[in-house]
Write a protein that binds this ligand. Structure first.
Ligand code: GNR
Ligand code: NI
Length: 177
């Protein structure tokens, strides 16, 4: 088991489009274990492989209060969406920022499980929000990109200030646009 480093916005690696997983093998299962450990430690309700600089279509989510209902999605696809709702989102890659984002209220997602077996899941509420938020990460999209330019500028400024106080280790730092 290992804790992985989480990239921080505006790190350009967060804009990488993830590749399909051709085969669910032990390496992918180990990645899922490490991602779950990282998500629980953070703590967060979800984590996309993109956030740990692994550009494969893998997501882990646990929205349970007991933190014992881990869900892993490999090569997830939205097969249906219904309704709209605004939900206040946060992101482990954008620490300290919480803003409302409009997304589908109910979704049906199809993915592979850790055995490489396809499954379909219907979701609403926080789980539906979280699945959409994580699938965006796999497309290189961060939730703040749904906000106005003005809000994005304020967020970049705030993150830059935070970073001066607690710089991210290694190469995660980058000049703000
Ligand atoms: O921990 C997280 N909480 C959260 C709250 C509302 C909407 C989405 C999320 S996902 C986030 C973890 C994260 O950054 N996943 O990519
Ligand atoms: Ni996120």
């Amino acid at each position: 088991m290992a804790l992985l480093h989480i990239l921080r916005y505006p790190d350009e690696r967060l804009h990488t489009v993830a590749s399909l997983v051709p085969q669910v093998d032990d390496k992918i299962r180990q990645l899922i274990k490490d991602m779950a450990e990282t998500m629980y430690a953070a703590p967060g309700v979800g984590l996309a492989a993109t956030q740990v600089d692994v550009h494969k279509r893998v997501i882990v989510i646990d929205v349970s209060e007991t933190r014992d209902q881990l869900k892993a999605f490999i090569n997830p696809e939205l097969v249906a969406t219904n309704g709209e709702s605004d939900f206040e989102e946060g992101c482990l890659s954008v620490p300290g920022i919480f803003e409302k984002v409009r997304r589908a209220e109910r979704i049906t997602v199809r993915a592979l499980d850790t055995e490489g077996k396809p499954f379909t899941l219907q979701a609403d509420g926080l789980l539906a929000v979280c699945i959409q938020h994580e699938m965006d990460h796999l497309e290189g999209k961060v939730f703040v990109e749904y906000l106005s330019r003005l809000k994005q500028q304020r967020i970049l400024k705030k993150l830059k200030k935070q970073d001066q106080r607690a710089p991210a280790p290694e190469g995660a730092r980058r000049a703000v646009l």
